[in-house]
Design a protein. Sequence first.
Length: 307
Amino acid sequence: MKAVRLDDYNTAPVIRDITTPEIGPEDVLVRVGAAALNPLDIKLQSGVLQGYFPLEFRYTVGSDLAGMIEDVGANVIGWHKGDKVIARLDPVAGGALAGFACVPANYLVKVPEDMPLEVAAGIPTAAGTAWQALFELGGLGVGQTVLIHAGAGGVGSFAIQFARASGARVIATASGDGIAIARTLGADQVIDYRHADFAEMLSDIDLVIDTIGGETQQKSFGVLRSGGRLLSLVAPPDEALAHAHNVNAQFVFHMSDGDRLARVVSAMTESNVRVLIDRTVPLDQFADAFARQSSGRARGKIIATMV
């Protein structure tokens, strides 16, 4: 089968022919229809996270996939050949950007009826992270106000829609065509961060979802109400700043969780949350997709199709 492989840290991913993986008794073999790239894939390739996510080379890139079950392990119950499924693999194991993937059965969720595989593949990490940050850790509720940085990005695009559906007031930062995208997704207010300083415009925010880090994260502490919460997806927050502003701050470490993914997919169906797709490319154009993801300018998800 074809697979996108890394030979070492800081090397370009390349497409190679490798052996189809063997499955264990608790696994299924999925014929991958589409897989999504994530910012984490870029960080894994660069080696900056090897202390947290040590890779074994050669490594097959990717954690988010959608496809059709080809075979099931001896102990797997409830899944059958031909079922269309979504899954998020363990990032250290990788394996999504390939013709077939070995997936633990407890990671699987059914693809919603009539949803194309290339759309379903964009859900697991970005939507799951947004859900975890907003509700499991952020406790966002009706009538509260959330500030979502990079509202036109992968996580941000889901976070806007989930937050709006929950009855919260949604403020997002964006730039360029991302401003219109964030508004279309449901943001009540969109701030063009290139021409305005959100820190001078906002106050008494209940929750900040930080997808950028650096100066943006530091300035975000000042817009929170006393007792508010900042959740960062990119870097551990500054504890001293959190204490100085009397707010709670936490780094969101997203783990593969089939139960959470099932809740997320169900919520998306109920609230008509859509997957914002930046582009879809065939596997043989993966280098272009990887460069686009590395640029940090993607509007939503980048999807690679296997067929």
